[in-house]
Design a binder for this molecule. Sequence first.
Ligand SMILES: Cc1cc2nc3c(=O)[nH]c(=O)nc-3n(C[C@H](O)[C@H](O)[C@H](O)COP(=O)(O)O)c2cc1C
Length: 460
Amino acid sequence: MPEQIRLSLFEMAAPVHLSHGMWTHPRDQRHRIHTVEFWTELGQILEEGTFDLLFLADVLGTYDVFTDGLSTAVKEAFQVPTEDPLIVLGALASATRDLGLAATFSTTYEPPFTFARRLSTLDHLSNGRVAWNIVTSYLANAARNFGLTDQVEHDLRYEIADEYLTVLYRLWQDSWRDDAVVVDRAARVYTDPAKVDYINHVGDHFSVAGPHLSAPSPQRTPVLFQAGSSIRGREFAARHAEVVFVGGGTKEKVRSNIADIRARAVEAGRDPAHLAFLAIAKVIVGRTEQEAWDKANAYDSYRTPREALEQPRRTPELSRYAPTHLIADIIAAKDFGYEMLIRNFEPGQTVADVLALQSRSRGGEFTVVGSPVQVADALERWTTETGVDGFNIKQDVSFDSVRDFVDLVVPVLRDRGLLRDRYTPGETLRERLFGAGQRQPHETHPALAEQLARTAAAVR
Ligand SMILES: Cc1cc2nc3c(=O)[nH]c(=O)nc-3n(C[C@H](O)[C@H](O)[C@H](O)COP(=O)(O)O)c2cc1C
């Protein structure tokens, strides 16, 4: 049986995540993101297509980085207005039964104790379907929303995040034993006090006594996602992530990103086979290739021109450089958005190489326009040639893009044995991604490795 392709839908509780301008398409439904009905409908389509999970991105500030301040971001609905993804996941826990539910949360601004409880609650309510994408946040406006004048320095953010994770692991894994809750009415013991403990963490950035307020949830530690691209970000991913989002670019670049992170995982004492990788993919499918291209061209007429949004936002303004300018030099100068260049390109490439690739792939990442068989071929080729385990699929028009994918591509993937045709009842998200019985992180993951070391020390 061939390896199954992992499918995640890449979304955000906002009218625009990455599909600039597509909210102007008459069929787009994202103006309804603040309604339970929108998420219920999306969740049901994804479960019909037996997607592994829905992933919601998040930011804690606005993109007031354009020359006109706030205006462009607000007019274009560019990641604003945006609703709290963790609350959306709560609604989805009830509206769906099997779909994995993943959201971004930043380790830079809100303390770990309350966040630990929120995720445990979601893991309980969803019967173990929750995943967390760990970010440290990159928007200056977010810093100003939390009492700071500017962002915490990049590598320090990751240092804080490391300690944040240590606190969470101790709350999730150590604080309550599996059999702590007994609900023994006759003996008048709800929870056995010998099986719940303080964590008494005192570190450079956090001081948390515990105990954790939630009883152990099905996965205890939710499935951990990460997408760092800097050296420090990759080190962090190699240590903590179970699923890593790798950027697009060329197949060679994706392959080398995966090899790099797996090698760093070995250095961190982990089994590199216990990391899965998802690449961002944009898919436009029609019943025929012609229909798909007609759709792609029609969509293009609704997009906000790339120059109006993307260049000033996340990617260096490449027009300021000579075509022969080396990517390595832009990265070394840390020009605004340089992280995207690290993720997607090789230092030896030039500005001309980047521009050529961006225009070929309509956005610098894996894009496929075609018939159902052509799309399935491309997805299959990408997994075998790069080693990614699956895709984080973007929508142009919600719900049409995912509806097309489920109606047209999913049957082909199922025929080829690349996608399940039903879910396994009662499995947690981690079991779905890493195999039956894997409810908690693998033994070499720090969530467990550190706990095992502490238990061994206590026994000695
Ligand atoms: C698929 C994907 C999803 C991401 N989602 C978010 C997100 O929701 N919120 C966020 O602040 N950053 C998000 N990022 C950005 C990364 O977390 C990270 O900040 C960025 O890749 C730069 O890496 P660095 O911090 O290691 O330099 C995402 C990146 C990728 C590739």
